[in-house]
Design a protein around this ligand. Sequence first.
Ligand code: AMP
Ligand code: MG
Length: 270
Amino acid sequence: MVVEHPTMVRPGTRVRLDEIDPDFHEGLGKRDDEVKERLKQARDAMRELQERLYAEGEQSLLIVLQAMDTGGKDGTIKHVMRGLNPVGVCVSSFKVPTPEELAHDFLWRVHQRVPRRGQIAVFNRSHYEDVLVVRVHELVPEPVWRRRYEQINEFERLLAETGTRIVKLFLYISKEEQRERLQKRLDNPDKHWKFSPADLEERELWDDYIAAYEDALTLCATEVAPWFVIPANRKWYRNMIVAELIEGALREMNPQFPEPDFDPRQIVLE
Ligand code: AMP
Ligand code: MG
């Protein structure tokens, strides 16, 4: 069972993003002791739980990150996953599909990147692009993308039933916040590489993306693979909440160090 969290989309309820405040921050301030303490506590706990997950080698965790351009996917990975043992983490970024990928079903490339037992996989974009950018740009006919919500639910159920815990995070920023972040990328030469003129064309389609996100969040929020909408205008708040959510998921998975198949007391080293 999944612990309810204020940002969790309840399965079966229609998501309306204009009812969620991307600026929400619990009235906290970036430099509050509480914020530093909560982030540190969550990160420390994540580290310890990951060690157990890896040692146990039975279950795995899949973290799906979705957001509008500049929404903070890279920053979240950088700040929240810091401190985890890299040997047990795998980050996959999903870009425009290659001809090889397009020659298969849309889940083919994704399935190859799911975490093996003991591992944490982070998806920077995911199979949800196939009902987001693909839908907004009509890259496939509507009947094709319409079927995908159910196909995604079935796919995620398969993963869940075979030992993968799934946490899906939509980092939600406002259109104004995106404008400021794009402007910063233009103003800072060290950030130019992160800017693409195509981002502006996507920005024009903001409302279409919001509608597509609302459908993905509504139709694919399930008990076994919940969606969380993370208020992400404030990076420090986003990081703290994401860390706490991942910690909570790992805690519920409750990984255990395996019992040794030998008796350490009987072993004498020369
Ligand atoms: P970025 O994350 O900024 O490196 O950009 C990756 C680009 O790949 C984004 O514009 C995505 O919309 C695009 N992309 C990812 N998955 C798909 C997909 N399944 N079909 C089409 N475009 C995609
Ligand atoms: Mg980009």
